[in-house]
Design a protein around this ligand. Sequence first.
Ligand code: SAH
Length: 258
Amino acid sequence: MPSSDNRGKLFIVGIGPGSTEQCTGRAKDAIRESEIIIGNDFYLRLIEDLTAGKEVITSSMGKEVERARACVDLAKEKRVCMVSGGDPGIYGMASIVLEVLEHDGASIDYEVVPGVTAATAAASLVGSPLSGDYVTLSLSDLLTPWEMIEHRMDCAFAMGVPVAVYNPKSRGRPDNLAQALAAALRYRDGDTPVAVVKNAFRESQEVRFFTLQSLVADDSYVDMRSIVIIGGEGSRIGTVGDREMMITPRGYDRKYIY
Ligand code: SAH
């Protein structure tokens, strides 16, 4: 039931990958309906045009638990919006906010608002590389032990499906991606297509194609704001006019002539 105006509410909102054009209508409404907007600096700057005149609380990367605690406390009386890049439930803020809410024990009205995640945003810019089953991996070992990530890499590449790699580089571990690519090479040919999308749907957006072998030779192009899509067994590079694309056919060719 809708809560009365003087009751608090907590929105956990995914703002999509960048420009507010990729932010859903519900996400924009949740931001407009909120009195207080909390998030990290980088994402708040992307949605500045939606937050004018509101109380905006910025917090730096790495302070997620404090941010979650703060928004739960504020939401007891106010309409609060916690913004997360992409989708809040994919390597985002939704889980920690919900865990804090659960521990808090208070009955707070909340809503998780989905957003366009980096994998599908990047896929759309590249062609259709994730058309069937695929796996996402994050190489960030801030919350997941590296041994577990290594094990998951092996499982993912063994599946033969495309793998979308989030957090491919970090300041602390610049060689994470090299290790993932080495794992991929144990299961894939060196000429497997790989797409790197940097800053999807942001001003400095860039898209570049590699082969697995060429990225193994030099992955310096990839940074923290990139997502890396490593092709699966059926993935290939195609062209439309003079535009290259990466495509993983779903298998229509097994059934139809076109
Ligand atoms: N919740 C976010 C992911 C946060 S993890 C989502 O659903 O998209 C942060 C990682 O996501 C970055 O290191 C990068 O790998 C990827 N990422 C997020 N936004 C991106 C964008 N606009 N372009 C390319 N990669 C992006």
